[in-house]
Design a protein. Structure first.
Length: 380
């Protein structure tokens, strides 16, 4: 292995600084006699410049890059572990910002770090104490007005009140706690679905939509876990709809295609959630085994006021139908939204116009009021 030198890159004297490997692909550089963060950033830029020069391995050029987090020691009483932690947090912020960059820790970041650590601790405790609840939002046929299924949504029942997913899902995803949370959610949702199907039989059985996060999608046993859940709850696979966000479905074509094919082989339905907010390759979309596109609520909830969003909704519906896919519009909050979606030939919708997400005990009344109770043979 060889690498050309970079004599034009200014360097600090080697005895001033120390380099340590923290583990894996993470390293720490201790800089002595640094006057301010600007000087540390300049050092970080020189490190990135050095790394940008290709390695030669077996006559092949290999280029690596680094995300760098910087933390300073403003007080002689600062603990070493606190300094390393702040630099680590800054590094991950650099990664989220687009990689190949550096970020500097500050007091605001420290406060946010403490808040996040407390939230993580509270999440673990909440899982142990069973504080998470499953709420359900109806999905309604725009042709018949009948409830065709539900989306299962996680809520955190804290002593001070119920927290929506936006308050904790990101941390749950980053820590991996989301895997256990969603396994419990899916099992409970399937149990409720089986009960509602028995009480309200129909020639078109009620369905249940459950989100699959990036962490779950990356688990090697995701297909096995879902199969076991279906077997344990007695839910027909065709009645379970797995919602996967656009970026997961489109990222790493070979891997995502393999996992989606395995899930499809179970007989479950596959939906691309929040469609329109990410980047989709139309060629890729045509080749992956999905059944449904869910239009993101940001387009639907404003399409009666913003012509551009109305045209986006129209285009997505036309695209889906041309590809033989079904459509669910999220964010139908007013009668005007429902009227426009019907005009655009959208099959189903969900949103506050029909119902807010509610707990399981409220679903029975919704089904009775909706007239979904109809004696008929059940089959997918």
């Amino acid at each position: 292995m060889s690498r050309p030198g970079m004599s034009d890159v200014p360097e600090r004297h080697i005895n001033e600084d120390k380099l340590a490997r923290l583990g894996g692909d993470e390293f720490a550089i201790l800089l002595d006699d640094i006057r301010d963060a600007v000087e540390a950033v300049r050092v970080a830029e020189r490190v990135q410049a050095q790394l940008a020069t290709p390695f030669v391995v077996d006559e092949q050029e290999i280029v690596i890059s680094a995300s760098i987090g910087i933390a300073s020691n403003p007080s002689p009483h600062t603990k070493v572990e606190d300094l390393v932690r702040d630099a680590d947090i800054a590094m991950y912020r650099a990664k989220r910002g687009g990689k190949v960059r550096c970020e500097v820790s500050d007091q605001g970041m420290h406060a946010n770090t403490m808040k996040r650590l407390k939230l993580e601790t509270d999440l673990r405790r909440a899982l142990d104490q069973g504080e998470f609840r499953v709420y359900y939002q109806p999905i309604v046929s725009l042709n018949t007005g009948r409830i065709t299924g539900f989306e299962a949504l996680s809520r955190w029942q804290r002593p001070e009140g119920v927290l929506p997913p936006i308050e904790f899902i990101k941390v749950a995803e980053e820590t991996g706690l989301i895997v256990l949370m969603n396994r419990l959610l899916m099992k409970e949702a399937c149990q409720h679905l089986r009960s509602w199907q028995t009480e309200f039989p129909s020639s078109s059985p009620l369905t249940m939509s459950v989100n699959v996060t990036y962490r779950e999608f990356s688990q090697p046993d995701v297909t096995t876990e879902i199969r076991q859940c279906l077997e344990q709850t007695g839910v027909d696979p065709c009645c379970l709809q797995l919602e996967i966000i656009e970026t997961i479905a489109m990222d790493d074509a070979e891997k995502s295609g393999q996992v989606l094919s395995q899930l499809k082989a179970l007989g479950v339905g596959l939906s691309i959630d929040d469609f329109g907010t990410g980047y989709s390759s139309l060629t890729r979309l045509r080749r992956i085994p999905v059944d449904t596109l869910k239009i993101d609520r940001t387009f639907v909830s404003t399409m009666d006021q913003e012509l551009e969003n109305l045209e986006i909704v129209r285009a997505i519906i036309m695209l889906a139908h041309n590809l033989g896919l079904k459509v669910i519009a999220e964010g139908a909050e007013r009668e005007e939204h429902v009227h426009l979606l019907k005009q655009l030939d959208c099959e189903t919708a969900q949103g506050y116009f029909f119902s807010r997400p509610v707990e399981a005990h409220a679903i029975l009344k919704l089904l009775v009021d909706n007239g979904s109770a109809r004696a008929a043979s059940v089959g997918c």
